[in-house]
Design a protein around this ligand. Structure first.
Ligand SMILES: Cc1cc2nc3c(=O)[nH]c(=O)nc-3n(C[C@H](O)[C@H](O)[C@H](O)COP(=O)(O)O)c2cc1C
Length: 305
């Protein structure tokens, strides 16, 4: 399960867990600096802290990796210790997010341009706890630069690297380039064969993921948007295989779980799920438009049933 802000929250993860668990869950990303600045000295941060909600976890969804971001090693140290104390199974550092507000902090994809900082934060995370440390990144910034960038990461020896097979500049506008994975595997085998490589980008389902892993030689695959409207994806189901009533029931279940997140998130965040679940049948557009008006789980349920 790929980390996705405002998607892979505790409510969505629980929905997926019931329908076919992935091998590993990732949380949404969370700012290490934010966690630090809202800490309570000597105690775990307050459960009412929205940032803590973003790294909520249940015992059902295991193993689970918390994704954090910061360009400051001391913040990564703090957040890694916190994540370890909370009982996560791993910590992942985001080095691929193209969002300008994240990049302004020297984080996300901006790290591809500061290789020394990238190595420092990986080392800080590794020294902070015994948790496995992984990195999620892209194949380059403005242009593909695997030959330079990947060895930088491999030298710092994280347990795993997820490669989203696009550059920062490409955002998600072009198809993921799985051909690059073969070269990435060669580089990994040469520089640091102990590091696991996970491929990511445009994987629609489990079968396709297994085929891509075998063809490219990578160790695993991460599925992101393939989960939209299809919490059965890890059980091997294609989106079209699920009857409409079952999809609407899943959406309804998600809405109630979403509403229970504490502190609450804006109900409009559910809209991307509504769009994804309510599509591809006669009358979908009309039903979707009505569901988009709902401001609570009970309003949504009222429209569905
Ligand atoms: C709504 C949304 C939120 C995302 N949030 C994150 C995030 O918090 N951390 C991260 O590393 N990647 C994030 N991503 C990127 C995905 O994890 C993944 O790399 C990307 O969507 C490509 O994979 P896919 O084609 O399987 O979706 C996000 C993507 C989307 C569409």
């Amino acid at each position: 399960m790929a980390p996705m802000a405002d998607v892979t929250d505790a409510a969505f993860r629980a929905l997926v867990a019931k329908r076919g668990a992935p091998d590993v869950y990732w949380t949404e990303f969370v700012s290490a600096d934010g966690l630090y600045h809202t800490r309570e000295i000597g105690k775990l941060p307050d459960v009412e802290n929205p940032l803590m909600r973003d790294i909520l976890k249940s015992e059902v969804e295991r193993p689970i990796v918390a994704q954090i971001f910061s360009s400051k090693p001391e913040m990564i140290t703090y957040a890694t210790k916190l994540v370890a104390e909370l009982g996560f199974d791993g910590v992942d550092i985001n080095m691929g997010c193209p969002d300008k507000t994240i990049e302004k902090q020297g984080c996300g994809a901006a790290m591809i341009r500061t290789p020394e900082v990238a190595q420092q934060v990986i080392r800080a995370a590794k020294e902070a706890s015994t948790l496995p440390v992984s990195v999620k990144t892209r194949v380059g910034y403005a242009v593909e630069s695997l030959d330079g960038w990947l060895p930088v990461l491999l030298e710092a020896a994280p347990a795993a690297i997820t490669l989203h097979l696009r550059t920062r500049k490409e955002m998600s506008l072009v198809s993921a380039n799985w051909e690059l994975m073969k070269r990435a595997v060669e580089i990994r085998n040469r520089v640091n064969p102990d590091v696991l490589l996970i491929g990511n980008g445009d994987v629609g389902g489990i079968e396709e993921g297994r085929r891509l892993a075998i063809e490219s030689g990578c160790d695993g695959v991460m599925i992101g948007r393939g989960m939209f409207g299809n919490p059965w994806v890890f059980a091997g189901r294609k989106s079209d295989d699920t009857p409409l009533q079952e999809k609407l029931a899943a959406l309804n279940e998600l809405a109630y779980a979403f509403e229970k997140l504490s502190p609450p998130k804006n109900f409009s965040i559910l809209k991307k799920h509504i769009k994804a679940f309510v599509t591809g049948f006669d009358g979908a557009a009309e039903l979707r438009a009505r569901l988009m008006e709902a401001e609570s789980a009970s309003e949504l349920a009222h429209i569905i049933y």
